[in-house]
Design a binder for this molecule. Structure first.
Ligand SMILES: [Zn+2]
Length: 179
């Protein structure tokens, strides 16, 4: 039967975990991911993950699994936050050199391990960054920028009705000349 899930470690040796066939499952606070949080409208919440470490039939140390998170992204059209659900299936191969990357079956995304231990946060963060849209945008119907575009152009009118400071300057000049 399957082994009981381990508590999530901060640091891990992916090669050892692969040898041992470990399943990691649990959740991480979003606020821990320092490169991701600046892209979020709200860093509350958590990432749910289930990651199976394994050595495949070609003797490739790998990790397959799923990451899920409900992210609040800022829409780049109206700047309002909106919910973006990430449900990302991943298949990583742990490699130690570029040479190993070339030999990998194409179903894997390589993860180059320059030194162990590896920080679990870094791995998860890179996967989440890959899963984000390049330009975060509301789905069309729910974007409030449409409402602004259809509204009467009241803001423009307000600006134009204000006294023009350059006009005042021009008046001053003519007064001087006339003396
Ligand atoms: Zn929007």
């Amino acid at each position: 039967m399957s082994k009981p899930p381990h508590r999530l470690p901060h640091q891990l040796d992916p090669f050892r975990l692969a040898e041992a066939g470990v399943l990691l499952s649990g959740s991480l606070p979003l606020a821990q991911l320092r490169r991701l949080t600046p892209l979020l409208a709200d860093d509350q919440g958590e990432i749910r993950l289930a990651l199976q470490f394994d050595i495949d039939e070609l003797k490739v140390p790998c990790m397959t699994g799923r990451i899920e998170a409900d992210l609040q992204l800022a829409c780049q059209r109206c700047l309002e936050p909106y919910l973006y659900k990430v449900a990302h299936n991943l298949a990583l191969a742990w490699v130690r050199s570029d040479l190993e990357i070339e030999r990998l079956p194409t179903r894997y995304e390589p993860y180059l391990v320059e030194a162990t231990p590896v920080m679990l946060n870094d791995v998860i963060e890179e996967e989440l960054l890959l899963a984000l849209p390049q330009v975060p945008l509301h789905p069309d119907q729910s974007c409030s920028s449409k409402v602004v575009a259809n509204a009467p152009q009241s803001t423009t009118a307000a600006v134009e009705s204000r006294a023009n400071p350059f006009a005042v300057l021009a008046n001053l000049k003519t007064t001087r000349k006339s003396k």
